[in-house]
Design a protein around this ligand. Structure first.
Ligand code: ATP
Length: 373
């Protein structure tokens, strides 16, 4: 079933903020969620993501600012008058009603009598057509969450808000449901705004991710851009593991040369969000899977033009998909390196002297004057 629903336009938050007494949960925030996108608010517990979502829903009154949908200002509309529905972590299904009655609930409350076709379509959308007569307790957690999604979507919202909807599920089910929700969003074509503290979840599902920290959006972008081009240490560390090497810019141009890690490292200037003039202090970031290792006595086989630092393996663990090394180096006490397809007998062992090398294009530069999280 294709369930393209009424389009509502972009969700636009303008100067929206929330204070509780003297505490600011969300600092004035401007944010546009493009119509039809899967948008994630990502951050650690307490960063203000749920409060932001609840202000879109109208469940929380904004202290300042406006919420609009397309060209319509909905700031002063009560939740039930907004063309928005919310799915919560607690599925909040009615235990005494069967699945089809749960899904039909919103329509019946509005006095709509012939609901069967719509309910059947919704159950088909969430792939629960065979479960219509069951009670919620006869379903798994993931299935119950799909009922909650169907129950919200049957109201034809223009925006679906999801507040940690997968938080109660075990890891394997979470992964399945992430793909399932993404499929449903593609099928219905409406805007989804999804709150999560799980970076992998946000990156799997969303077209655009807003990384929140301390009541502010620290960076906004497509998952791959955030991962490859973080602009703050918080984002670099929150989205995966990064090695951060401190150094000083020594020459500048399209490519920056930085004295760091006991040698010279380079990076494209466009990948640097910190100071780029000579003398500027930077943290150079490199993701563990972008680094290769060579034995120190094979250092001359490393291709010219690659960034390189020396080091000694202090730990090595095989975790199935990759081998993870910890390396002590003049560039850092515990650099992380992930290598794939390492044959058992060629795995490096603690104590091995190595050269770490990587493509300068994969290096990103951050302002070292920021706090390191
Ligand atoms: P979590 O993932 O734990 O839900 P969150 O990022 O969604 O966290 P919010 O629920 O938005 O965070 O809360 C942001 C901050 O506002 C927190 O420090 C929280 O304690 C505070 N806060 C939320 N609701 C209230 C309230 N009603 N009164 C006072 N402080 C509140």
């Amino acid at each position: 079933m294709t369930q393209q629903q009424t389009a509502g336009g972009d969700v636009r938050l303008t100067g929206i903020s929330k204070t509780y007494g003297s505490f600011t949960a969300v600092h004035p925030l401007d944010l546009t969620v493009p119509q039809g996108s899967f948008f994630a608010l990502l951050g650690a517990s307490g960063c203000g993501k749920t409060t932001t979502l609840r202000m879109i829903a109208g469940l929380e009154e904004a202290t300042t600012g406006t919420v609009s949908l397309g060209d319509r200002d909905i700031t002063d509309l009560p939740p039930y008058k907004r063309p928005v529905n919310t799915v919560f972590q607690s599925y909040a299904l009615f235990p005494h009603l069967d699945i089809s009655e749960n899904v039909a609930f919103g329509l019946r409350r509005r006095g709509i009598k012939s609901v069967k076709k719509q309910v059947d379509d919704m159950l088909e959308l969430v792939q629960l057509g065979d479960f219509a007569r069951r009670k919620p307790h006869q379903l798994s957690g993931g299935q119950q969450q799909r009922v909650a999604v169907a129950r919200a979507l049957i109201n034809h919202p223009q925006v679906l808000l999801l507040d940690e909807p997968l938080g109660a599920l075990d890891l394997k089910l979470r992964r399945q449901m992430q793909l399932e929700l993404k499929r449903i969003q593609t099928e219905v074509g409406i805007t989804f705004v999804h709150v999560t503290h799980d970076q992998e979840e946000a990156m799997t599902m969303a077209d655009t991710v807003a990384v929140m920290n301390g009541g502010r959006v620290e960076q906004l972008g497509a998952p791959a851009d955030l991962y490859e081009n973080p602009r703050t240490t918080f984002v670099a560390n929150f989205l995966g593991t990064s090695n951060l090497i401190e150094g000083d810019v020594v020459s500048t141009g399209d490519e920056l040369t930085v004295a760091a890690g006991g040698g010279r490292l380079t990076l494209p200037r466009e990948r640097c969000s910190g100071p780029t003039a000579a003398g500027g202090r930077l943290l150079l970031g490199i993701r563990p899977e972008k680094i290769s290792l060579a034995h120190a006595d094979e250092a001359d086989t490393v291709a010219a033009g690659r960034n390189r630092v020396t080091g000694r393996i202090t730990d090595s663990s095989f975790i199935g998909v990759s081998t993870q090394y910890v390396v002590e180096s003049p560039a850092g006490k515990a650099l992380q390196v992930y290598e794939q397809n390492v044959e058992r007998d060629t795995r490096l062992v603690p104590g091995a002297e190595v050269v770490l090398h990587w493509n300068p294009a994969h290096t990103f530069g951050l302002d070292a004057a920021q706090d390191i999280d």
